[in-house]
Design a protein around this ligand. Structure first.
Ligand SMILES: [Zn+2]
Length: 615
């Protein structure tokens, strides 16, 4: 039998050992991804040491024993139950399943390697020559190329990924994933993935998604009919659809969302919401450069908690690939700052008895994490936020006409957007529920195309299902529902604030409420319970459906009312105090920091530096 103090010591030992390994891995993650270091070997070793910890059966056993000790108090039991859930999400206890899991990882990396080396691109319709291009470049051309023949060629380029991965072992992986899931006692692999992250199984998930699908069907039909009437039958070709529907809203907003003001705009807006970072150190690397990872992300090298050795404050890094001067770069920088800055606030404000509650991987719900970041970046499309914060170089606010125009483009497309996320969920559901004998490339393609047509009406989705990288990787497969749940979580959260206060932007009650309800408990509560705690209502698709079903005129009416409401909302005029050390970096170079200066001074210094880049 252990004494209370001995249990405390064991917990602290576990906490500090995890923190050490997590920190070592994340520092190298950042340095290699930012191109500061090329020591991939050291990174792999550090990652190995962390996963050795996470998948350690002995530690799982220890936590179970400690939790059963008669001297363990309620707080210790709570902390230990967090550790038990953490290890249960990472340890595979059955040796046969362990071996199979290792085999799947091997097959996945073989496929990933083949896919990376795949000859990808399109055939130029004039010269007949092959033009190499990544999937990102091909997607971009499908939206932006003026020559329809080029767009079509790029679309076929994306389709070639599907044929390629089917030929290179994808279906083999699907079969093995299902075998593993069944070995662990789940219906299939999708069921396994949902059950281990969301706190409910596949059946419940698809009850929710079916409801959303049913209730967005009419809005989608209206939208498609509208596009057909406006742009003709040809617009519904998968390679034309995005081209005709994207419009030039970005161009209209650009003068009011300049890159160099992005930082100050973010700081003011978050400060006005009452958001603070609880003494965290934030490192922001926003601008693209050669050798830098080409996707934005937010990771926390130091995760927050408090134990017998004291409180550990956050250390959070985030990055984007902004190109100052490029059309739309200011808006994208704002999106990064609000989205990743939202993740960073979540990370910095968690406060439980162990780091297992505040790290971002399983059993942390991706849906919950994205609800935080997407809730905050949702403000950027609000008419009241735009009116108050989007200003041109002379300080003139964005005109109402521009706001109205963006609503006319974005409101009717909402149902299509939601359903294009749903497509991936339904396609993966069809894939993993297909009997093993039926898993042929022909059957899988037929099932995917059926889903694309049922959900999106077009003969094929402009982004062919199997060209979405998530389906291939072990970590990212069967998690797309997380984005859908998060969309619904965001709308339910917005509804709560709008019903309670009548407004969100510049409302100082928002930050403290997010901190107390969503952030403090880390991952100790399930996604649906979090949403219920915030809104006082069970989690549902209602608010998301209602928002997507608004007619253009209704959406414009709402926007107009929110701008009118600003008259009674005082503008934030104080100093930006986010209770954080914020370092603006560019690789290894620190451009500006709030360590020895105010936020405003650091933002001004960063702004000067950004301007100097263009010269
Ligand atoms: Zn995110």
């Amino acid at each position: 039998m252990l004494t209370h103090d001995e249990i405390t010591q064991k917990i602290t030992g576990l906490n500090r050992e995890y923190l050490k390994r997590h920190h070592a891995k994340e520092i190298l993650f950042w340095e290699t991804k930012m191109g500061i270091s090329k020591d991939y070997d050291a990174f792999n070793k550090a990652e190995g040491r962390l996963s050795e910890f996470s998948s350690d059966m002995a530690r799982l056993k220890l936590c179970r024993e400690l939790a059963a000790e008669p001297q363990a108090d309620a707080k210790q039991k709570e902390t230990l139950s967090g550790w038990i859930r953490f290890f249960e999400a990472n340890v595979i206890e059955d040796p046969q399943a362990q071996a199979l899991s290792a085999r799947i990882v091997e097959l996945e990396s073989k496929l990933a390697l083949a896919r990376n080396n795949m000859k990808l691109g399109y055939v130029d319709p004039d010269s007949g020559e092959f033009v190499p291009g990544s999937s990102v470049a091909l997607s971009l051309k499908i939206s932006t190329a003026d020559d329809e023949r080029v767009r079509e060629a790029c679309f076929h380029g994306l389709e070639s990924i599907e044929t390629f991965v089917m030929k290179n072992g994808f279906l083999e992986i699907v079969k093995e994933r299902n075998r593993l899931a069944r070995m662990l006692g789940y219906g299939d692999y999708y069921d396994y993935k949902v059950s281990t992250t969301e706190g409910f199984g596949r059946t419940r998930l698809f009850e929710l998604l079916d409801d959303l699908e049913l209730r967005t069907r009419d809005a989608l039909k209206r939208y498609m009919e509208d596009v057909r009437v406006k742009h003709g039958e040809q617009a519904l070709k998968p390679w034309n659809f995005r081209h005709v529907t994207t419009g030039d809203a970005v161009k209209d907003i650009d003068p009011y969302m300049q890159f160099e003001d992005a930082l100050l705009r973010w700081g003011r807006s978050f400060a006005a919401l009452g958001i603070t970072y609880e003494k965290a150190v934030l490192q922001l690397d926003l601008i693209d450069r050669a050798g830098k990872y080409s996707n934005g992300f937010c990771h926390a090298p130091t995760v927050t908690f408090e134990d017998s050795e004291g409180r550990v404050r956050g250390e959070v890094n985030f990055t984007s690939n902004a190109v100052p001067g490029q059309m739309g770069s200011g808006k994208r920088a704002a999106e990064t700052l609000f989205h990743e800055g939202g993740h960073a606030a979540h990370f910095s404000n968690m406060l439980m008895g162990a780091p297992c509650f505040s790290q971002e991987f399983a059993p942390t719900s991706a849906a919950l994490a994205e609800t935080q970041s997407m809730f905050l970046d949702s403000l950027l499309s609000d008419a009241d936020w735009l009116t108050r914060y989007a200003k041109d170089r002379n300080g003139k606010s964005i005109p109402w006409e521009v706001i109205e125009k963006t609503i006319r483009i974005s409101q009717p497309a909402k149902a299509y957007f939601i359903r294009s996320l749903l497509m991936i969920c339904y396609a993966e559901k069809a894939l993993y529920s297909m009997p093993e004998a039926d898993l042929t490339p022909e059957n899988v393609m037929a099932a995917f195309i059926e889903v694309e047509r049922r959900l999106g009406i077009l003969e094929r989705c402009p982004r062919p299902t199997l060209a979405v990288p998530h389906l291939l990787s072990g970590e990212a497969s069967c998690i797309y529902h997380g984005y859908v749940l998060a969309q619904a979580g965001v709308e339910q959260t917005r509804r709560y604030f709008l019903d309670t206060y009548g407004y969100i932007s510049d409302n100082p009650a928002v930050g403290p409420r997010l901190r107390d309800v969503y952030w403090r408990p880390g991952n100790s509560v399930t996604f649906v319970d979090f949403i219920q705690r915030m809104s006082g209502r069970p989690f549902s698709m209602d608010d998301l459906v209602n928002d997507a079903s608004l007619t253009i005129e209704e959406a414009i009416e709402q926007a107009r009312a929110s701008v009118k409401k600003l008259e009674s909302v005082p503008e934030f005029t104080g100093k930006v105090e986010l209770d954080a050390v914020i370092k603006m970096v560019h690789g290894a170079e620190v451009i500006a920091s709030t360590e020895n200066s105010s936020f405003e001074e650091a933002a001004a210094k960063y702004c000067e530096w950004v301007k100097s880049l263009g010269k």
